[in-house]
Design a binder for this molecule. Structure first.
Ligand SMILES: Cc1cc2nc3c(=O)[nH]c(=O)nc-3n(C[C@H](O)[C@H](O)[C@H](O)COP(=O)(O)O)c2cc1C
Length: 437
């Protein structure tokens, strides 16, 4: 089958620009109003997107309008108000038990009839630790070690029911074949789980496994488990290097490279002329709050205070902690320090760049320019798809669907109708065989 572009809509607040909620084009509905999420998801389904995605943090993050519903709860409501589009939720391996999460995802896969995906995160946000009984954050290394064991348990639990375990035969009085359901008897360093799960295997077997950590350890983890990867880059060069590195890691594990799809974030401001798009973008930046930007930057670096740095002098890499020592959002700090090294922005310029999409690629241009950029990334080793992060919602999603999607279809790289019914089918991924047969 011809390789096809994948489109995921990342829904966050009233849009990904940190000042989107102040813009006249952003929705008047609260971001906790389910009708807001339903409207966006149904719109993305009209645009034939593969999936929508909800992020999650396990601590109050301060100001801004990024506050939203707990993703697994929201996904259940979205599942019954849509038919085709995939639904991806973030859930943490650090602060939950495998049995809970595996059961919730199996339920969602049943509710959505096979359209669910799990964005596996280890939770970078330092304050989360204090909400779960820890004094300090678990280290980056330990979080990933725990995540490894979590995944081994999760896979066994999803497979603890054979696909044919349910008979439901009124005549014979047999509901299940008990011998097609097995314990998993896992005893490891972090988890002890007997199993089996208390819900049958979902239509997809397992949810689509998505991952969004890009540090060295994160890439190792992704190469082993991830079927789709979200990644943040502010420069095309680093996105390209990431793509080729992760694909070779996937190959070295004996996995098909096409079974680990890479979707970098893209936040486009789209208007009929380039200059209109630039003005729209500057207007948005003008609504952003410097103190909020500094607070966000600080949280990425695990709480480092940058407020003593002058706003209008070029920054130096030495102004930041070495990313290798950062225990929170390590790969994002690599992206930020990389930009400081190569572009030498002032703090004001860096915050303006970050306000667009928190360290993802921002772009302002015409529909043709956006479609050409996506095509170039897709054909030339940067992306298998795009994690679309509209700066203002719903406005920039509407413009993308009305004006960019038709151009991608005309280029022959994006579907003109859904061919499958499950998220695995949209992403061209196999249904995992049950290890118990
Ligand atoms: C598109 C995208 C979405 C993410 N969403 C979340 C999220 O919802 N919750 C979270 O804790 N981390 C999220 N992350 C962060 C990563 O999962 C990861 O924790 C972080 O990048 C630190 O790990 P790393 O150093 O291996 O990259 C996201 C990252 C990306 C690129």
């Amino acid at each position: 089958m011809k390789r096809q572009l994948h489109l995921n809509l990342f829904i966050s607040g009233k849009g990904h620009h940190e000042a989107s909620w102040r813009h006249p084009d952003s929705s008047g509905l609260a971001s906790t109003d389910i009708r807001y999420l339903q409207g966006l998801t149904q719109r993305a389904e009209q645009g034939l997107f593969d999936s929508i995605f909800l992020a999650d943090q396990l601590a109050f993050q301060g100001g801004g309008a990024q506050i939203g519903l707990e993703p697994l709860t929201a996904l259940a409501a979205l599942a019954v108000s849509t038919k085709k589009i995939g639904l991806i939720a973030t859930a943490s391996t650090t602060y939950t038990e495998p049995f809970n999460l595996v059961r919730q995802f199996a339920s969602l896969d049943h509710i959505s009839k096979g359209r669910v995906g799990w964005n596996i995160v280890t939770s970078w946000s330092a304050p989360a630790a204090k909400n779960y009984g820890y004094e300090t954050q678990i280290s980056h290394t330990d979080r990933y070690a725990k995540a490894d064991e979590f995944m081994e348990v999760a896979k066994c639990l999803w497979d603890s029911w054979s696909d044919d375990a349910i008979v439901d035969d009124k005549k014979s009085g047999k509901y299940i074949y008990r011998n097609r359901i097995r314990t998993i008897d896992h005893k490891g360093e972090h988890y002890s789980v007997e199993g089996p799960l208390n819900i049958p295997r979902g239509p997809q077997g397992w949810p689509v496994l998505v991952q969004a950590g890009s540090s060295d350890t994160g890439r190792q983890f992704a190469s082993q488990y991830a079927e789709a990867v979200f990644t943040a880059h502010m420069q095309e060069s680093t996105a390209r290097a990431f793509y080729s590195d992760l694909k070779s890691l996937v190959k070295s594990r004996g996995r098909a490279q096409s079974h680990c799809l890479i979707l970098p974030g893209l936040s486009p401001v789209i208007a009929s002329t380039e200059s209109e798009a630039k003005i729209y973008s500057e207007d948005l930046n003008g609504l952003a709050d410097t103190n909020e930007g500094l607070a966000r930057l600080s949280s990425r670096f695990g709480g480092t205070d940058f407020s003593h740095l002058p706003l209008d002098q070029p920054l130096r890499p030495e102004d930041f902690p070495d990313p290798a020592t950062v225990e929170s959002a390590r790969s994002r700090t690599e992206v930020i320090v990389g930009v400081v090294r190569s572009e030498k922005p002032t703090m004001r310029q860096l915050l303006a760049k970050m306000s667009g999409a928190r360290g993802h690629y921002v772009f302002a241009g015409t529909p043709e320019q956006v479609a050409d950029l996506i095509e170039d990334w897709f054909l030339n080793g940067v992306a298998d798809g795009i994690n679309l992060m509209p700066p203002v919602l719903p406005k920039m999603l509407d413009v993308f669907i009305d004006e960019v999607v038709p151009l991608l279809q005309a280029k022959g790289i994006f579907r003109t109708s859904y061919e499958g019914d499950t998220l695995r089918q949209h992403y061209g991924l196999d249904r995992p065989n049950n290890v118990f047969g």
